[in-house]
Design a protein around this ligand. Structure first.
Ligand SMILES: NC(=O)c1ccc[n+]([C@@H]2O[C@H](COP(=O)([O-])OP(=O)(O)OC[C@H]3O[C@@H](n4cnc5c(N)ncnc54)[C@H](O)[C@@H]3O)[C@@H](O)[C@H]2O)c1
Length: 387
């Protein structure tokens, strides 16, 4: 066996436990040796997921002082990404950081600065890029099948939005900024990737259409043990409870993006739709592609490269296999973690650059400012060129 990487986690919650399985799946090069979380109640379940005894810490700084830890996974709530990533980089560790890179431009700047000063890898886990349906769409575009991309439209239906985001910390602006940042960075990054360019101007509207605004000064906080499982019987959305009493984020968002190459794009996010999937369409100068189903359901890509003057059957349909029945985002999580580890161990070039994660935060943060100022256009100054 060659070099072995020792991994420590900051934040031992839901996502950390999923990532443990992806790190272990990579192979014997990986050993998970430590974890830090102020909530000692999570230690047992985390250690059980790892399957071997590890060092558990309530203070991550004690874990970071450990010379035996090479890679840190940051899987804490979003507003803590800045603090934990910078501490880990300064301690000389490589970092796998969960998306979003940060909740706003200021924090993203600070993280980027720390990454540039360190000689360690900072990898942001944009797992959506590794889904088969989006990779297939990207390959079709790269093959020239639809000519030059001029429009990318994404509609995200999120039936589980109330369970996942309106009962716990996700529901508060102070922890996430907005769900356009927290969740939308996935798709803004994907839009940039499919179009081959970054956003230079955004305009957005958002509203709290269904879950209602709580009292952000309420003495009461959310219940950390609340049932956030995605249950189909949690319906209709207005019947969901208990919601976070301090909730103040939008559940209905639309944003328009003008990219530097002139492509005009749009992203819509809805947290009370009855179904859960992403629908992308990309229109180029010689055709259009669209997915039906995504990584959690059987997906097909429709390709139109001939003209119809009414609705017309696609020129071809690409039928994609359902991988892992949608678990681990249809294998995307494994591939995302493997890409990070391949870069550390073998210096293999990744498909995503840190500037991609940074520019997605810039656009999502600017979009948030726009939707809170009645759609005012916000100019952005992304880091270029597009890789
Ligand atoms: N890429 C994806 O598909 C995906 C999916 C889910 C979550 N995520 C990301 O993972 C991150 C964590 O989300 P989650 O759903 O696991 O949340 P969670 O609430 O289940 O877990 C967060 C954990 O962080 C711990 N924590 C809080 N403060 C801490 C501190 N100061 N030091 C160390 N630990 C601390 C909490 O006690 C909790 O155990 C978020 O940034 C989220 O965006 C990504």
């Amino acid at each position: 066996m060659g070099r072995q990487l020792h991994v420590g986690f900051i934040g031992l919650g839901y996502r950390a436990r999923e990532l443990v399985q992806c790190f272990l799946q990579y192979g014997s090069e990986i050993r998970i040796v430590a974890g830090a979380d102020p909530n000692t109640l999570v230690f047992k379940l985390f250690e059980k997921t790892v399957g071997t005894p590890i060092g558990c810490y309530t203070d991550c700084q004690r874990m970071l002082r450990h010379p035996d830890v090479d890679v840190i996974v940051v899987a804490t709530p979003d507003h803590l990404h800045r603090e934990h990533t910078i501490l880990a980089l300064q301690a000389g560790k490589h970092v796998y950081l969960e998306k979003p890179m940060a909740i706003n431009r200021i924090d993203a700047d600070a993280i980027l600065d720390a990454a540039c000063r360190s000689n360690r890898l900072l990898y942001v886990g944009h797992n959506l890029r590794h889904t088969t349906f989006l990779k297939t769409m990207k390959e079709l575009i790269a093959s020239g099948a639809i000519g030059d991309v001029k429009s990318v439209w994404c509609r995200h239906f999120i039936s589980y939005g109330g369970d996942a985001y309106f009962k716990n910390w996700h529901a508060e602006q102070r922890f996430v900024n907005s769900l356009l940042v927290q969740k939308g960075v996935h798709d803004i990054d994907a839009i940039h990737w499919l179009a081959g360019s970054y956003s230079e101007c955004v305009s957005a509207f958002g509203d709290i259409s269904v879950y209602g605004r709580g009292d952000e000064h309420s003495e009461q906080s959310y219940d950390p043990d609340v049932d956030t499982n995605f249950r189909t019987e949690h319906w209709p959305p207005k019947s969901l409870k208990p919601l976070n009493p301090r909730r103040n984020i939008e559940d209905n968002i639309i944003v328009n993006l003008r990219l530097q190459n002139g492509a005009l794009c749009t992203y819509m996010q809805n947290h009370f739709a009855p179904d859960a999937w992403r629908n992308y369409t990309v229109i180029g100068t010689e055709g259009r592609i669209e997915n039906f189903g995504d990584m959690k359901s059987h997906a097909k890509i429709y390709v139109w490269t001939t003209r119809h003057n009414t609705y017309g059957d696609p020129t071809s349909i690409i039928d994609l296999p359902l991988i892992d029945e949608g678990r681990f985002h249809g294998h995307a999580d494994y591939d995302c973690v493997a890409e990070c580890l391949n870069q550390i161990l073998f210096n293999q070039a990744p498909t995503i650059h840190i500037y991609d994660a940074y520019n997605a935060v810039l656009a999502a943060d600017a979009g948030t400012q726009s939707m809170r100022t009645n759609g005012s256009p916000q100019s952005i100054d992304p880091i270029t060129p597009f890789p």
